[in-house]
Design a protein around this ligand. Structure first.
Ligand code: GLY
Length: 581
């Protein structure tokens, strides 16, 4: 008897012990963020910030489209259903894993500065940064990249079974018939009201009754946007970058004080770039290279953290201290080195090397390092929230991680008259003057000054983590400067702390960006952990949640279970959906 049951008993004890040990690792924080629930499917998954767009992605997979087709359809649909960040008037980045070819691709459809841009374009008469120019006027508008980027992705990496028009059709339908205002759109419109009300062309669409925001349950109909999307469906990107749409966009930007021309639009190119790669505890990290700083600094921080056994340190103060110190050092590098790779030389290999990480790790002690002891600079403020991320995988294991943005919520707030296109204010992501900071408090120097046709530095971090060459985790987030650290924490939660993806996404996050000195912490960290961090010298700054890491984890086939996709829609904003197929 004893012999027969001993192995069972010891397995049960071991399981119990490991569950207890796991709980011990996690007990130092608790989640106030509503828990995300993992959605399980086997043939495909789309996780997006808005449910109608996510379902459109699934429809496309159901019709035989691949993950890229689905992502393109979701991208166009969000421009209609999630106007605060979904867009065709902004730009972004798409990272693709092609299963059959075992190939990773990065598509850069970041906005560009107009040809007439100059390094001093955002300074006032005294030579000081003028935030009105870079955030609130037509000068802030970058040449939109989304239409070119999505069209490029479809043309080169779509399944070939569905035309671009097929992928845009659901968006046209929603814009024409109208959608009910709900969830995050209903939540965010009142906050954006003042910025939107400045433009008559916008008020007529997103506001009502003399300037009140549309409310939950109101109908949002976008005929002009439907016409613009129709022009793209019929003529491809030329329907946007040339002809009437381009003329109207350039006209709206100039009337708002900007310098964009029809030629700037005609000359816009989305680009393919080599992905940035790293490794972390046996996983491959595939992410977005410059002009995003996201991939480089994600890998830099992971390399620093890899030198310690985080699981043994526990999901508490010791790990968080290391994380904060890694963040500080990576963001200090960001400020100095990063910009448009076509305009400045960026030491990507050096910054993502294990040797650089080792030298940085050696500078981390038990106490918080002051920002000024890492690099000298000026303190900065922190505001704003924007951008949206979606993750897609199909039954063949093709995966897409896409983050795109208008910069601020609803961008500049200006809809170019007659087009339905909300325009970005992305050029605030340039550094107005060496040492100045953007709206997210991100400091920069000469590498990121504005200039003709340059792409402003971004933090967007669409990422695919591979295990044995196959997608394991697809993730990314909005959140301005907080994007890179949000992605870092999702990855560490899954890989180091073995959290299921929904838990990894829900867990409260912290953020440090070198300057300002503070560590921004979401609600939900245990007070004892925060006290212990403060005792090490970290300046704890409570903050509201500001990221939304819509992610997918791939669970490998087991002896008795098929491979499964687990989608986790971040609950930090209302309306996100993990839709399985
Ligand atoms: N506008 C936010 C970013 O690109 O990082």
């Amino acid at each position: 008897m004893i012999n027969r049951f001993t192995p069972l008993l010891s397995t049960a004890v071991a399981l119990l012990f490991s569950a207890f040990a796991h709980a011990q690792q996690l007990e130092s924080t608790r989640g106030d963020i509503p828990p995300a629930r993992g959605v399980v499917a086997h043939n495909g998954m789309v996780v997006a910030q808005e449910s109608r767009a996510a379902r459109i992605g699934i429809e496309i997979l159901d019709r035989g489209g691949n993950a890229v087709d689905a992502a393109v359809a979701v991208g166009f649909a969000l421009a209609v259903t999630y106007p605060r960040a979904g867009n065709i008037g902004g730009g972004g980045f798409m990272v693709i894993h092609l299963a059959k070819e075992d190939r990773d691709i990065a598509i850069d459809y970041r906005e560009t500065a107009p040809a007439a841009a100059t390094p001093t374009m955002f300074l006032d008469a005294k030579g000081e940064p003028d935030a009105t120019k870079s955030r609130d006027s037509g000068l802030a508008v970058g040449v939109p990249g989304t239409v070119a980027g999505l069209a490029l992705a479809h043309r080169k990496y779509g399944s070939g079974k569905l035309s671009l028009a097929d992928l845009i059709a659901p968006a046209i339908d929603l814009a024409t018939k109208g959608i009910t205002v709900e969830d995050d759109t209903a939540d965010s419109l009142p906050r954006a009201q003042e910025r939107l009300a400045r433009w008559r062309s916008t008020s007529g669409i997103l506001l009502k009754n003399g300037g009140q925001p549309l409310q939950e349950g109101d109908r949002l109909i976008q005929f002009d946007l439907a016409d613009t999307l129709r022009a793209v469906a019929q003529n491809g990107p030329r329907g946007f970058y040339e002809g009437a749409t381009a003329a109207r966009i350039a006209d709206a930007v100039v009337k708002a004080g900007g310098i964009m021309t029809k030629d700037d639009l005609k000359n816009y190119q989305a680009l393919e770039r080599p992905v940035v790669r790293g490794t972390y505890r046996g996983y491959d990290i595939v992410s977005m290279p410059p002009p995003s700083s996201g991939g480089v600094h994600l890998i830099e921080m992971l390399n620093i953290l890899e030198q310690d056994d985080l699981y043994t340190l526990g999901h508490g103060e010791k790990t968080f201290h290391l994380m904060i110190e890694a963040m500080k050092r990576a963001y200090a590098d960001r400020a100095v080195f990063m910009g448009d790779p076509d305009a400045v030389k960026i030491p990507v290999l050096g910054l993502t090397s294990k040797a650089h990480a080792a030298s940085l790790r050696a500078t981390i002690g038990d106490k918080a390092t002051l920002a000024a002891d890492i690099r000298p600079g000026k303190p900065a403020d922190n505001e704003g929230k924007n951008t949206t991320h979606f993750s897609v995988i199909d039954r063949d294991g093709n995966a897409v991680s896409n983050t795109y943005t208008l910069n601020f919520s609803y961008g500049l707030g200006l809809i170019a008259d007659g087009t339905g296109v909300l325009l970005n204010n992305e050029l605030d992501d340039f550094t107005a003057k060496p040492g100045a900071s953007n709206a997210f408090g991100l400091v920069g120097y000469t590498a990121n000054l504005p200039g003709p046709n340059k792409r402003p530095l971004s933090s967007m971090t669409p990422t695919i983590v591979l295990k044995d060459g196959k997608p394991f985790l697809i993730t990314g987030s909005p959140g301005g400067s907080r994007i890179i650290t949000a992605v870092l924490q999702v990855i560490v939660n899954v890989i180091d702390f073995h959290m299921p993806v929904a838990e990894a996404v829900s867990w409260p996050r912290l953020h440090q960006q070198w300057q300002p000195e503070g560590v921004f912490v979401e609600p939900g960290f245990a007070p004892a952990v925060l006290d212990a961090l403060a005792a090490r010298g970290h300046a704890i700054v409570p903050t509201r949640p500001a990221t939304a890491a819509n992610s997918i984890e791939v669970l490998p086939k087991g002896d008795f279970s098929p491979q499964a996709y687990v989608g986790a829609a971040d609950t930090r904003t209302r309306g996100a959906l993990a839709a399985g197929f």
